[in-house]
Design a binder for this molecule. Structure first.
Ligand code: 8X3
Length: 259
């Protein structure tokens, strides 16, 4: 955010902004005076946010998995929202709530397409303008699942490992161009995420969330805001955060296999 009172506010494009972490980030930056382009497939869910923010908001219908359209979607932004200072890649899913060998392929494919191809395509579409201006920030929402394996994590964890390494490799390519790239890796966060993962199985969602003190979407948004507000010569590469009560599991032995 600039100190000059008459300067145009900076603009943030936030994918996955219809709920959860993306929505909280949109609200956090809007509250600090930024212009916001909240992007999501369900554009109707962005309307309430647009009402909150007013003229400084341009809701964008974006199917992140439609990678062929990413560049055209960015090019078609209205003039007042063409310059993107901050891209937050918060769109992500974890489908296939079971062992890799048992879940439908479509669930795995959709998870990979959204979390890796979709994220890379929209980033690729936004980067040229940032490079031309020698300024900008890319914030990718990764996950602790990208670093720590766990049962049923399969392509979700693998996709978040992609997000982590893509973020670091962006740093390498963007060296000297004044563009920062960071990856925030939250642990379990209380959002619709688990409900989508568990196919809205209310009992299971309740078992998972019930009574636990989890991260809130606003906690993650606060860390993103902190990272972006740091002086421009400071780049946080990876930020891993967890609920205080969440910790690491240990290696386990399966029952001996037959034969
Ligand atoms: C998801 C976080 O804790 O379910 O990104 O792996 S966790």
């Amino acid at each position: 955010m600039t100190d000059k009172p008459d300067a145009k506010p900076p603009t943030a494009l936030i994918t996955g902004a219809s709920s959860g972490i993306g929505l909280a980030i949109a609200r956090r930056f809007a509250g600090a005076g930024w212009s916001i382009i909240p992007a999501a497939r369900r554009v109707d869910r962005l309307r309430a946010l647009a009402q909150e923010i007013g003229d400084r908001c341009h809701p964008l219908e974006l199917d992140i998995a439609d990678t062929a359209r990413a560049a055209a979607v960015i090019e078609a932004l209205p003039p007042a929202f063409q310059e993107i200072d901050l891209l937050v890649n918060a769109a992500g899913v974890a489908l296939g709530d079971g062992p890799a060998q048992e879940v439908p392929w479509e669930d795995l494919q959709q998870t990979i397409e959204t979390n890796t191809l979709g994220l890379a395509a929209i980033t690729h579409a936004v980067l040229p303008q940032m490079v031309a201006r020698r300024s900008g920030d890319i914030v990718n929402i990764g996950s602790i699942a990208g670093s720590y394996p766990y049962p049923k994590g399969h392509v979700y964890g693998a996709s978040k490992a992609f997000v982590r390494q893509f973020s670091l490799n962006l740093r390498a390519d963007l060296a000297g161009l004044g563009i920062r790239a960071l990856c925030i890796e939250p642990g379990t966060t209380e959002t619709e995420f688990a409900a989508v993962r568990m196919r809205q199985d209310v009992t299971r969602v309740q078992e998972f969330y019930g009574g636990r003190r989890l991260l809130k979407a606003e906690d993650v948004a606060e860390v993103v805001f902190f990272a972006v507000q740091l002086p421009r010569h400071v780049n946080l590469n990876i930020v891993e955060m967890m609920p205080t009560d969440q910790t690491f599991s240990f290696f386990r032995f399966a029952e001996p296999s037959e034969g």
